[in-house]
Ligand binder design. Structure first.
Ligand SMILES: CN(C)C(=N)NCCC[C@H](N)C(=O)O
Length: 257
């Protein structure tokens, strides 16, 4: 497989984005033109930070296709193609698989009756936590555990009832501290080191390097908290995607050589 160090998959929003699924929040109107501009800003921010972006082929008939994170779990040289818990999103995985085959990844797939969304999967240092209770089912977690065991990963199911995906509730800072907005986290004691953040969008970071995180502009107090800890923050406005229960993690899949 090719060995570019900092590369990330992204997928252009569908013109039907406004029809995307909403589960835990009230639907509000989404402006597809503004959303496209925000997505371009997100991609530009990744590129400005030295990440090469690889665009998965567009799929305009799938409203939620920009949330490419949900279609795959990449671990080392293995791409585990997800089986989305929402039927409307199942057709999205083929394009992601084609892009990862092209990049030289080994491919495995979550098979029925398993379901698993990539947004439910949080990885840090050999441990893989998977949110259970929403789009991902126990069979999906078991299959992921079997596929990742030879790569040395330990997969743990964790309860999830309050938000769409595990990564809607928590993500991890570069040092492994797990961050979350407590009212939305089922059980913060799952993680040895848990840091509560004051805003819901403050729970979501994409790690750009050991000192830098990408996050939403909608969480200024959480941003200040991270900066106090010595992190550099790159903030992007993804407000139109947040109206569809998206966050910064959902819009890309980091691949490391
Ligand atoms: C971590 N998160 C939140 C994600 N990876 N995905 C968000 C998907 C949102 C989409 N409207 C849906 O309902 O599927």
């Amino acid at each position: 497989m090719s060995r570019v160090n900092r590369r990330t998959l992204v997928r252009r929003p569908s013109p039907r984005l406004a029809e995307g699924l909403v589960t835990h929040i009230t639907r509000s109107p989404v402006d597809p033109v503004l959303a496209l501009a925000q997505w371009e800003g997100y991609v530009a921010a990744l590129e400005a930070e030295g990440w090469e972006t690889v665009e998965v082929a567009p799929q305009d008939d799938c409203p939620d296709v920009a949330f490419v994170e949900d279609t795959v779990v990449v671990y080392g040289d293995l791409a585990v193609i997800a089986r989305p818990g929402a039927d409307e999103r199942k057709p999205e995985t083929a394009g992601t698989e084609a892009a990862l085959v092209e990049l030289g990844y080994r491919i495995a797939r979550i098979e029925a009756p398993g379901t698993l969304d990539g947004g439910d999967v949080l990885k840090h240092d050999g441990t893989v936590w998977v949110g259970l209770g929403g789009r991902t089912n126990p069979a999906g977690v078991e299959q992921l555990a079997t596929l990742l065991a030879p790569l040395g990963a330990t997969v743990l199911g964790v309860p999830l009832t309050r938000v769409l995906h595990l990564k809607s509730a928590v993500t991890a800072l570069p040092d492994g501290t797990v961050i979350g907005h407590e009212p939305l986290v089922d059980d913060p004691t799952v993680w040895e080191s848990f840091l509560p953040v004051p805003e819901e969008p403050g729970a979501h970071v994409v790690l750009l390097d050991a000192e830098t995180v990408l996050m939403s502009t909608n969480a200024p107090r959480s941003r200040a908290l991270f900066e106090e800890r010595g992190l550099r923050v790159v903030a992007v406005d993804i407000g139109e995607f947040e109206k569809l229960e998206g966050c910064v993690t959902c819009l890309s899949v980091r691949l490391r050589g």
